[in-house]
Design a protein around this ligand. Sequence first.
Ligand code: SF4
Length: 259
Amino acid sequence: MSSQTPKDFLKFLKNPDFIDGIYNYCDSWCDRCAFTDKCMNFAMRKYKEDQSRQTSTEDSLTEVFQQTTDLIKQLIEEKGMSWEEVVSQADTATPIIDPHKEANKHRNVKAAKEYTYLYGSFLKKEQGFMKGKGVEFQNDLNKGLISVEEAEKALLRIEDAFEVINWYQSLIYIKIRNACQLFFEEDLSDFMIDYYNGKAKLTLISIDRSLAAWLVLQVHFPEKANKISEILLHLEKLRRQIEKDFPNARKFVRPGLDR
Ligand code: SF4
């Protein structure tokens, strides 16, 4: 077990190199992120991984949880409050509307969910078409119609497009649902309004990148143009709706990620 105390843990969390809240508005694609050394979320995950190398995963998570709990207890005590007071304060607010239910009914959330279905059915129906593309490139190579470099470049672009589409398809739904749910919360602070605008912006960026990736597929798979066009139109509609419903989203500056 690690000998870290709550104070050590707090010191670790207060690394001045961290960009405040960068992980709130990123796409969670850490493998492609240029800010891993400035991200507390990434550092915490790494910390947990390092811990689990020394102990069992369960022990490690228990310890992180315990340290966090101790830290919160310490902060509450410093404010001269008790756990009971904090819990009773948290229980008092009864929402008049249920933001969770409202979010599920929201047109953007429904459209985002529909997109995940369209994506799923596209992949299911079109299984094996990548293999077909490989054979096609091979034939073109044999006939001298394209060079090895051209074929490799095209395959890499297609592969990247699939990765991008795959990464963002569920993120679009999760993040816009998040933004819509917050939107229906009552008495939001300015910070929370920024927060949902940030989530909406992340959704828009995820859509921007997905649209670009689908266009790559459309260029390379003209025989699938009808289906891909349907998906492109669906995403474009969703993008416009979000821009209309969250007019300040694009203006939101995500810490560390937007200049
Ligand atoms: S900011 Fe980068 S490192 Fe941190 S969670 Fe997001 S993608 Fe991962």
